[in-house]
Design a protein around this ligand. Structure first.
Ligand SMILES: NC(=O)c1ccc[n+]([C@@H]2O[C@H](COP(=O)([O-])OP(=O)(O)OC[C@H]3O[C@@H](n4cnc5c(N)ncnc54)[C@H](O)[C@@H]3O)[C@@H](O)[C@H]2O)c1
Length: 315
């Protein structure tokens, strides 16, 4: 099949996911319009400015005038701009609702029917409070954090559009041009490398993970196979990586030999996720995440050991 070049809008292009997605799509020859307020890392898209097929706008996507301007002549939209994570949204409630939810409503209201949206949301509302729940796309999402609430309400808005795909992402890990060390695996590996000690509470809580490069491959797959996937919601995670925090720590110890793992008793994790996630629905459509936890951990150990990244976490 010929690789037809598309005009693609990525909001939040300077972010952890956006900067990697833009790199992949530009390398494939697509025309990318990237929009971002550059809240955290201004250098994460420096390597993109040399692409002739890349245009960057420093704009606030919560303004309707901006939305109207940036969607003109666009085939695919990845609305990634958001306030990401529970602590950040708790700190900035109004802005979280405006950026994560209201801007999505505005986007949907202004789109033409044939414009296609591919949206990432979190699966973090599944299974909260149900020990070892097994979650499919039919399992109700009951997010407790404002972040989770804004994202699942935004997914509802997205699903009103005539051409959409929504991915409920597992916890992402791996390196990106804007590095995040608040994500569980990234955080554990960084702490293990820096401190050689990991204190874990609720060690048997289980959740699903996925490498950032697999997320990007899934997004590329969904552009190519839009008709096959359209108007549906998919869990997106690595099926072999439904593991507990303790199992994860033991895997990290294989690469950081001097690591001491300490179990902290009687302390509650503010993140009450404890579930197995099924990724069968997307796998049946032909996409399967492949990058293993071991590969990702090794990558992260090298990143944190050998570079002095100036990581600006967002809260
Ligand atoms: N990383 C994950 O594990 C994960 C999991 C599930 C879903 N997601 C979703 O993927 C998307 C991207 O996440 P990320 O990890 O790359 O986050 P990130 O914080 O690295 O990136 C978000 C980007 O949005 C930009 N932004 C924020 N408000 C803006 C505004 N008003 N106008 C323009 N730009 C604005 C920020 O400057 C930042 O560059 C988010 O929608 C997030 O909810 C991420």
């Amino acid at each position: 099949m010929p690789n037809i070049k598309k005009r693609i809008l990525i909001t939040g292009v300077a972010g952890f996911i956006g900067s990697k997605l833009a790199t992949a799509l530009l390398n494939q020859g697509h025309k990318v319009l990237g929009v971002d307020l550059l809240k955290y890392d201004k250098a994460s898209i420096n390597h993109l400015y040399s692409f002739k097929n890349f245009t960057f706008l420093k704009e606030d996507i919560s303004k309707e005038s901006v939305v109207k301007k940036i969607i003109k002549n666009i085939d695919f939209i990845f609305p990634l701009a958001a306030l990401v994570g529970a602590p950040l949204c708790e700190k900035n409630k109004k802005e979280a609702i405006k950026v994560n939810l209201s801007s999505i409503k505005t986007l949907i209201n202004n789109l033409e029917k044939n414009q296609k949206i591919i949206y990432p949301t979190t699966n973090s509302g599944y299974g909260v409070g149900q020990q070892n729940a097994y979650c499919t796309e039919e399992t109700p999402l009951n997010p407790i954090s404002l972040y989770g609430k804004t994202k699942s309400l935004a997914e509802k808005e997205i699903s009103k559009h005539s051409n959409y795909i929504s991915f409920r992402l597992a916890t992402v890990f791996g390196y990106s041009y804007r590095m995040r060390s608040d994500l569980l695996i990234n955080n554990f590996v960084k702490t293990a490398v820096d401190k050689k000690k990991l204190a874990i509470f609720e060690p048997n809580f289980r959740r699903n993970f996925i490498h950032i490069d697999d997320v990007i491959l899934a997004f590329v797959f969904s552009i190519k196979n839009f008709k096959l996937l359209r108007n549906n919601v998919y869990n997106l995670g690595l099926s072999s990586a439904n593991i507990t925090k303790l199992e994860l720590a033991k895997k990290i110890k294989k690469n950081v030999k001097s690591l001491k793992i300490k179990i902290v008793k009687n302390k509650k994790d503010p993140d009450q996720r404890d579930y197995y996630v099924s990724n069968k629905k997307i796998e049946k459509k032909g996409f399967k995440a492949n990058i293993s936890l071991e590969e990702g951990i090794l990558e992260l150990v090298k990143v944190f050991e050998n570079s002095d990244l100036n990581i600006k976490n967002n809260y």
